[in-house]
Ligand binder design. Structure first.
Ligand code: TYD
Length: 138
């Protein structure tokens, strides 16, 4: 099984006023942040993702609701549940990932190490596996 890499996100209670969570690129996560995006309004049990990236590293957080992330490095898999503002999951380059929205109103917040580039996506699982095999031979 892949050993998932988590980041503990500093979260302070502001009594009677909720919680506040924060992190900084390089200081708290292992890359500089160039892009932030978030996914909302996904129906319960819907799946998204189903891709890997050649170079991009990302940190995934589910500050509200519950989302299951399946990681796959071409040889092993791991299932991770995200459901808390203080837990981030690192999804590094060349990790195939699927995401399943377990609860409605779940939000997926993603911080990424680079700007959007469609050419960095690997959207075919067969292609992902052949790249993994090539890299293992080198
Ligand atoms: P996509 O990554 O395909 O979503 P998913 O794999 O989760 O279904 O992105 C959906 C659309 O949004 C696609 O047309 C590209 C666009 N997009 C951007 O323009 N910038 C971004 O930073 C992201 C993440 C997506």
């Amino acid at each position: 099984m892949i050993e998932p890499r988590f980041v503990n996100i500093k979260t302070v209670e502001t009594p009677g006023k909720g919680k506040l969570s924060f992190f900084e690129g390089i200081h708290d996560i292992p890359f500089e942040i160039k892009r932030v995006y978030y996914i909302t309004g996904v129906p319960q049990n819907m799946e998204r993702g189903a891709h890997a990236h050649h170079e991009l590293d990302q940190l995934l957080i589910c500050p509200n609701g519950e989302i299951e992330i399946t990681l796959d490095n071409g040889q092993e898999r791991a299932d991770v549940i995200l459901s808390s503002p203080d837990k981030g999951l690192l999804v590094e380059k060349m990790i195939w990932h699927d995401m399943k929205w377990l609860k409605k109103e779940s939000i997926l917040l993603v911080v990424a190490s680079d700007y959007y580039d469609e050419n960095d996506y690997i959207r075919s699982y067969d292609e992902f596996i052949s790249i993994c095999k090539m890299e293992n031979k080198e």
